[in-house]
Each structure stands twice: as C-alpha cells, then as structure tokens.
Design a protein around this ligand. Structure first.
Ligand SMILES: Nc1nc2c(ncn2[C@@H]2O[C@H](COP(=O)(O)OP(=O)(O)OP(=O)(O)O)[C@@H](O)[C@H]2O)c(=O)[nH]1
Length: 444
C-alpha cells in the first residue's frame, strides 16, 4: 500500500544527529540537513552551493574523490572515513554512507561525526607508542623526539617544548623543543618562562588565552604566540617538569585538546622517569660516584677497545697504574671527608694532564689508572714524570699544606702484554715495586 506520508519532507532529516546531504555531478552541495552546523560548523545556507572537496582536509582529498567516483559508478558505500576542515579550522572525522541516485542525478549521503571515537583510538595508540618509546629510546634526547612525534599529530601545534626540573638547581631547564617558522622558544621571553614556571609550581594545566598573560607576552615579543597550552608532568617524587604546545596561527586550543594532553602526560611522565632512572643506573654502573671518573668496568671496556685499535693500526699504548702514598694518613689525620676531597683533587689533576681522548679511571680507594692511546713509547719517562709532578703538588687541607706523593707503574702494549688482564697485572706489579723501593716515579 502506498502511503502519502513523506518523512523527510516532514522535517525528519533536520532532527537526525547525523548529517544528510546531497551533492550534484559537479561536486557541489545541493542539500544539507541542519546537523551540518554541529558537525562542520557551517549552517546549511553556508554549505549549499559550496564545492564538497574544498571542505575536505587536503591530505584526504585524493582518496575522497576516488570514493566519490565509486559511488557515482552506482556502488552503495558504507563506512568510508575522511576528515573535513570545520569552519573554526579544526578537523572533524566523518564516516559516510552514500549512494548514487540516478533519477535525481545526485550523490545522497549520511555523514556521522566519529571524531570522539577517532580521538579515543588515537589516544590509546599514543599511550602505547610512548610506553614503547621509553623502552627503545637510546637516550633521553631520543625519547624526547619520540614523544614529540607521538604528540604532534594528536594535537597539532607549531611549537613544542619540554621543560624539566634540573636535579642540581631544582629550576626548570629546556632540554628539548621544536620550533615553527615563528620562533618562540629560542628567544624565550620572560613572560613565556613565567607561564612554564606557573604550571611547574602550581602543578596545574594552563591555557594561555587569559588576556592578562597575553598582554604580558605582547609586551615582551613582537610576534605573539596566540595560544599556549601547558600541562604539568608529575613524577613519583614530585613535579618533573612541563610539556607545552604553542600555536602562532591564531587558532586556540580547545578543552578536548587540553584533556588529551593531560591524559597522555601521565604516560609521558612515566616514560621520562623511566629513562632518567635508566641513565642514572647506567652511569652508576660505569662511573665512580666520588670523582665522576670511569670505574673499573668502563675502563675494562675502553681498554679492550683501545687494544683492538692499537693492534689494527700497529700502534703502541700505555697503561699507568697510580697509587697514592700514605693516603690513609689523610683520612686518619683530617677525616674521611678531607680524604674524599683529596681524591677528587687528584682526579682533576690527572684529567688536566692528559688529552681528552685518553682515559683516567678510578679503580678503588686511592688507585687510579691512566690509559694513553696512540702513544710513542720513547716518551714514557717524560709522560710519567709529568703526571707524577702534576699529582704530587701539595694540597691544602684545613689551612695546612699536606704533601702528596704517588707511585706509578707502567705497562706498554704490546711490550708488556697483549690483553687487558696482562697489561693491568704488569702495571700493578710495577707500581708495587716502585712503592716498595720507596717511591720511584717510573718503573716499567
Ligand atoms: N676518604 C676516602 N678514603 C678511601 C676511599 N676509598 C678507600 N679509602 C681509604 O684509602 C686507603 C687506601 O689504603 P692504602 O692504599 O693501603 O693506604 P696508603 O696509606 O695509601 O698506603 P700505601 O699505598 O702503602 O702508601 C684506606 O685507608 C681506605 O680506607 C674513599 O672513597 N674515600
């Protein structure tokens, strides 16, 4: 039975939450239902007559035209997704159901806003990507870059900056940022630093569209960042720093973007903390806490590599084993802290006496090793003498001049050994011989 009742003509289309639309052969909208204003930001009057493809995000245009071709060839299509640029400049993710009406010579379609679902999927993927980055990033800088690569497609901005708490001073430092054409981070006006500090000290997110902040920025810089979004990074032991995005295009950040950045910042904080701990542990495993010099483990690695290079290039290397004479007396007379200070001073003196490419390591207590690469064996006495003189300068301890002496034993590659163990053993026993004989400077 044919009914006279025509639902669409009764205004039903305008009650739908999805957008109903029709596009003619030339690609222009000829009809759009009222929901278009919610989805695209344009009223039906503003949309009708416009060329559909002009409203599609540029990156999605080619495949959108291909899809339109499929529909016009008579295929009913459901589930195609693309992005439109809304009137306010933001992107909206749309899922389509469309078919060609031969009688009307129109493409008729229903569009559903799937931005929220897309965002939720993107957030999940971002959280996963960041936790993976924390595992695979080689160092902190690599991790910061990966964080940027995850965040930037999620919340587009032309400036991105990570500000982190400096362990020594407790103040914010800026270890990583990415700038757009209009540079903001490098000049870093005072008011911008204030915005970072505000988020850092309050632990609260900030969207910089507050007119008082903007005025302060305007006074500081000619090219004002019109939008700034900063979220705190909370670590397990307090504030880690701030992650901020800046737009100079005039487009502000919306509440959804603030929420997205806040959501992902938890994962970012965990990743940064994880990496910081890894770096600390790595450092502790390779360096001596007191002097900052390479420890026995790192020396072993460097020595192996140096021997391999010396062997390949047919060059010599020298290993000097140093032990302070009567160091125990310093501890006994002036206390352990004074002894520590003296060991640090010896480390400084040794480092100043060799080339940057050479290695000065602390093995334990008052024992140090110096590894000299590309060494001319004929210069050994002169070199040892130079080091002995540098180390043996008297030190001031609590306003007393304390004399300092050192025993040094030398091993040369390949003369005294072909591997690390042989060389260390030779240099060590040469040093003991030196010490037993009452403090000679050179003994190989
Ligand atoms: N202050 C300080 N002392 C240390 C540290 N590590 C080891 N020592 C002390 O350094 C001393 C090293 O021992 P020895 O090499 O036998 O002392 P020495 O008086 O130099 O003896 P000789 O080498 O025979 O002249 C010991 O008293 C250790 O307790 C440290 O990190 N700081």
């Amino acid at each position: 039975m044919k009914t006279e009742y025509q639902p669409l003509s009764a205004g039903f289309a305008d009650l739908l939450l999805d957008v109903v639309c029709a596009v003619d052969r030339t690609g222009r909208f000829v009809y759009v239902s009222a929901a278009c204003e919610r989805v695209f930001g344009y009223t039906p009057e503003e949309m009708v007559g416009r060329v559909m493809i002009d409203m599609v995000a540029p990156e999605d245009r080619a495949r959108t035209l291909a899809e339109a071709g499929e529909v016009m060839s008579g295929k009913d299509r459901v589930g195609f997704e693309n992005r439109y640029v809304r009137k306010d400049g933001r992107l909206v993710h749309v899922m389509w159901s469309a078919r060609w009406s031969e009688s009307d010579q129109l493409r008729v379609a229903v569009a559903r806003d799937v931005t929220r679902r897309k965002r939720a999927e993107a957030m999940q993927a971002a959280v996963y990507a960041i936790s993976e980055a924390a595992q695979v990033a080689e160092d902190a800088q690599a991790l910061y870059r990966m964080i940027y690569q995850v965040v930037s497609p999620l919340i587009p901005a032309d400036n991105f900056a990570l500000a982190l708490r400096d362990e020594q001073t407790g103040a914010l430092v800026y270890p990583w940022y990415m700038e757009g054409a209009r540079r903001i981070m490098a000049p870093r006006p005072r008011s911008l630093a204030q915005a970072f500090n505000h988020v850092f000290t309050t632990g609260l997110s900030l969207r910089l569209d507050d007119p008082t902040w903007s005025a302060a920025l305007a006074a500081d810089m000619a090219e004002l960042p019109l939008a700034w979004l900063g979220v705190p990074l909370h670590g397990s032991k307090g504030s880690l720093g701030v992650l901020a995005l800046m737009r100079t295009s005039g487009q502000t950040f919306d509440h959804d973007e603030l929420e997205a950045l806040q959501f992902i910042s938890t994962q970012i904080s965990m990743a940064i903390e994880h990496k910081e701990m890894q770096v600390r542990l790595q450092r502790q495993a390779q360096y001596d806490d007191l002097t900052g010099l390479p420890n026995r483990a790192l020396l072993a690695d460097r020595l192996d590599m140096a021997i391999a290079r010396a062997q390949r290039d047919g060059r010599a290397l020298a290993l000097l084993y140093l032990d302070l004479d009567k160091f125990k007396m310093v501890n006994d007379l002036w206390g352990h802290a004074a002894g520590d200070g003296l060991l640090q001073e010896v480390a400084r003196r040794l480092q100043k006496s060799v080339r940057r490419a050479d290695t000065v390591a602390r093995l334990s207590g008052d024992e140090f090793v110096v590894l000299l690469e590309n060494f001319e064996p004929g210069n050994i006495n002169e070199t040892v003498q130079k080091l002995a003189v540098a180390v043996s300068q008297p030190v001031m301890i609590e306003n007393h001049v304390h004399p300092l002496r050192v025993s040094i034993g030398v091993a040369l590659y390949p003369e005294h050994g072909l591997d690390a163990r042989q060389l260390l053993k030779h240099a060590d026993s040469a040093m003991y011989q030196c010490k037993r004989s009452g403090g000679c400077a050179v003994q190989s």
